[in-house]
Structure formats: C-alpha cells, structure tokens
Design a protein around this ligand. Structure first.
Ligand SMILES: *Cc1c(COP(=O)(O)O)cnc(C)c1O
Length: 426
C-alpha cells in the first residue's frame, strides 16, 4: 500500500527541502564526507547523532576557564561548575516533557538504569518479577538480570520477556495489557525500551503506566530511542522513572552523558532505597562534609559525583538547539520526513522489501527498520560504498533514521535511489 501524497522524484524532494522551516539547521551540523569529499547520506543519528558546529566552543569555554582559573572555576567560571548541571535542566525537561525538578543530566545510560532499578525494583517473595520486551537492548537485559540476581532471585524465573505473536515482529498493546493483567501481582517492575531500538516501535507510556500502576507495579522506561525523537510527556504520562542517553537523537557526542527522570511523587520519600553520593546531598551543606545524607528534594538526589563538565558542555550545546526548535515542531517534520521515506521504500515493492516498524506514525519515531527479502550483508556493503551510513542487523534488517534537524528530503530520496540500485544489481 502506498501512503501519503508524495512523489518519487529528486525535483520533488528538493522542493520539500525548500519549503522546510527546519532546513537551515542542517548547516549547524558537521555532515561527514565520503572518500571523494561528498556529503554522506547519514541516516544513523539513532546510533550516534552528528556534531553541532557550536559544540567545540562550548567545550573550549570550559577548557579556557580551567586553564585560567583552576579550582576557582567551580565558582568563577563564566558558567560556574558547581551548579553547571542546573543550566541544562530546563531544556532537558522540555525535551522529555517533565518538570525541571524531575530531570537530571548525569552519568551514562546503563549506569542510570541501575540507579533507578535500585530505587524502583524492590522485590519481595510475592512480587519479584521484571517485565520487559523480548527484544530489549542487550544492556537493558543484562542490567535487569543482574539486578534480579543481586536480590537473590533467578532471572530464568523472575525476568518475563514479552514476545510478539508468532509471525509478528512488534508487540500488540493488548498483549502487553493481558500480560500485566495475568502476572501483575507478581511483577515488581515493568521496564520497556521505548522506542524499541530494533523495530522502532513506540509504546504508549501512559497506557502501560496505567495498567502497571493498577496492579501495584512500578513502571519505568529506557527512552534512549525516544528522547529527542518523540514528543514525550513523562510527567503527564506518570511513569515512575525514565532514563536515556544524549548521544543518539540528542547529538551530544560518543559516550556522552545520560539523563534521568524521577516522577515528583517520589521526591519526598526520604526512605526510598537509593545509592547515594555527595552530589545528591543538600547543596547548602554539601561542603560541610559531616552531615548525615539529606537528599535534594528532586531528581538531583540521585546524583553521585560532581559531573564531567566537558561532557556536559556538549549536552548543553545540543540542548540549546532543541530548545530553540521545540519538540513539537521537530516531531512535525519527523513525521513527514519519515512518511516520505516510507512512501519511497514501499514503492520498491513488497516482494523486495517490507518495513517492520509500525506504519502508524503514533507508534514510531524517526526510524524505519527495513527487512530486505532474500538479502545478505552484501546489499548493506553496497549502499555503504555508495555513501549511505545506516545500520545493519543480521540477518536481513537495515535500520535508517532520517533526523529532522540535519537530514534533508534529498538525503532520503538519494538513499532510496541507492537502495533501489542495490536491489536490482545484487
Ligand atoms: C543505546 C542504548 C543503550 C546503550 O547504553 P550505554 O550505557 O549508553 O552504553 C542501552 N539501552 C538502550 C535501549 C539503548 O538504545
């Protein structure tokens, strides 16, 4: 089925670029070049986002202040390091649809997932299970399994991996509901990777949270593939926690810092189990070094260390762009750009390709996972040689993610032309 009022032509793609309000942002990023000096068709921002040109200046500012001020930079840098993380909070909160008090930029993703599970996976003999999706990102699965073992339970019994129906790739919402209905009383924590990294399926956070809470479970999400991609509303949707990285859709550099959301309903619970460090302690008395731990009544209470300023500068640089554009505008273009990609790919014919990502825009972000019939990795190698940067998942899936900030309609069209050529010659 062909959807949308699109046309498969370069002229048409260029026309869409001309009409695009966000087109100017492309020039604010470095687009990697191929061997002949041409721009690559970079469709891998779901794996590592591109570098904003202004990021070097953000990092250099901190190097400069460190050079000139040494330790005094904690208080006297242009952007003092003591409260540095706070400069990012408002913009970060807007990206994920939360109150500022609910969000903190800290650590890296899997670390934050563990910190959240220490607080929200609190198994008892009657209620000790974790529900996740069966093709969860490996790190999330390892984190969940090790938490289960940490508490003396056995993952083969305590980890419920929800599988799609036979012959299907995505989970049906009604099957998630049924699983929660059936097993909810023994589930301590529901934790989904959202958006799913492999299929690109987005799970309705409000819905899953409501089902989970009605059974007394905690509900959290790994939003690595949703932050900066979907127009999230974490506060409204009411999940207990969320974590994400900032280096995929959020362009803050390889291994860049993560973020965490803790719903405000948990901020005043002094006896919540938590791994604690001095950066989570009341800022007014942090340097007295003698007081008993007094948590900051916000998500900041989960901070452990004073943060890596250089890495945080890169996050700040990126968040400035997101703040300027806003998620709703970004999402509007993303839906259209992804729709154009879908239209082009489907026009190649169902006997050649099939898109495993949901076709409903509400249930997906910027990524399409394309299953190529009868393909092996030579197709992927072919398109890579032609300048396409995408992601290959054995045995037959190419994941591509056009980014509304820096990908053009022309990029998407050129990808289609190269894929078509690859399919007809291999
Ligand atoms: C990218 C990604 C990770 C990677 O974790 P790091 O701790 O940043 O290395 C983990 N989980 C999910 C769902 C991801 O998409």
């Amino acid at each position: 089925m062909l959807k949308g009022n699109f046309e498969a032509s370069l002229t048409y793609a260029r026309q869409l670029d001309k009409q695009d309000d966000l087109q100017k942002y492309r020039s604010e990023f470095y687009i990697p070049k191929d061997a002949s000096g041409e721009n690559q068709i970079y469709l891998c921002g779901n794996s590592l986002g591109l570098q904003p040109k202004q990021t070097a200046a953000f990092i250099n500012q901190e190097l400069e202040d460190w050079k000139l001020l040494g330790v005094e930079g904690h208080f006297h840098a242009k952007h003092p390091w003591m409260p540095y993380h706070e400069f990012l909070t408002e913009a970060m909160a807007k990206v994920v649809g939360a109150k500022a008090s609910e969000v903190v930029v800290m650590n890296t993703l899997t670390v934050n997932l563990h910190l959240m599970m220490i607080s929200f996976y609190r198994p008892t003999p009657d209620r000790y299970k974790i529900l996740i999706e069966s093709d969860a990102f490996p790190s999330d699965k390892y984190a969940a399994e090790s938490q289960i073992r940490l508490h003396g339970y056995d993952p083969s019994d305590a980890l419920i991996e929800l599988k799609p129906r036979d012959g299907e790739v995505c989970l049906r919402m009604e099957d998630i509901q049924t699983a929660i209905e059936r097993e909810g009383e023994s589930i301590s924590l529901i934790m989904f990777g959202n958006t799913n990294y492999y299929t690109g399926q987005y799970f309705d956070i409000k819905q899953i949270t409501t089902w989970g809470h009605s059974k007394g479970c905690y509900v959290g999400f790994d939003c690595a593939h949703a932050a900066g991609n979907m127009d999230l509303a974490l506060h409204e949707d009411g999940c207990d926690f969320a974590v994400w990285c900032n280096y995929k859709y959020l362009n803050s550099g390889p291994g860049g810092m993560g973020g965490a959301f803790v719903h405000e309903r948990h901020h005043d619970s002094l006896n919540i189990p938590r791994l604690e460090g001095w950066w989570g302690h009341n800022k007014a008395t942090r340097f007295k070094m003698r007081d008993a731990f007094e948590p900051i009544p916000s998500a900041e209470a989960w901070q452990l260390s004073n943060p890596p300023i250089m890495a945080m500068a890169a996050v700040w640089s990126s968040l400035k762009i997101f703040d300027e554009v806003g998620m709703s505008q970004l999402r509007k273009k993303a839906i259209h750009l992804t729709g154009f990609l879908e239209f082009l790919v489907m026009s190649l014919g169902e006997e050649l390709v099939d898109i495993i990502t949901p076709s409903n825009p509400e249930s997906r972000g910027s990524q399409l996972s394309i299953r190529v019939k009868n393909a092996d990795k030579t197709l992927y190698e072919f398109i890579t040689k032609q300048g396409v940067i995408a992601d290959w998942r054995e045995p037959d899936v190419i994941r591509v993610a056009p980014m509304p900030l820096y990908n053009s309609y022309e990029d998407v069209f050129n990808f289609y032309t190269i894929l078509k050529k690859g399919l007809s010659t291999l």
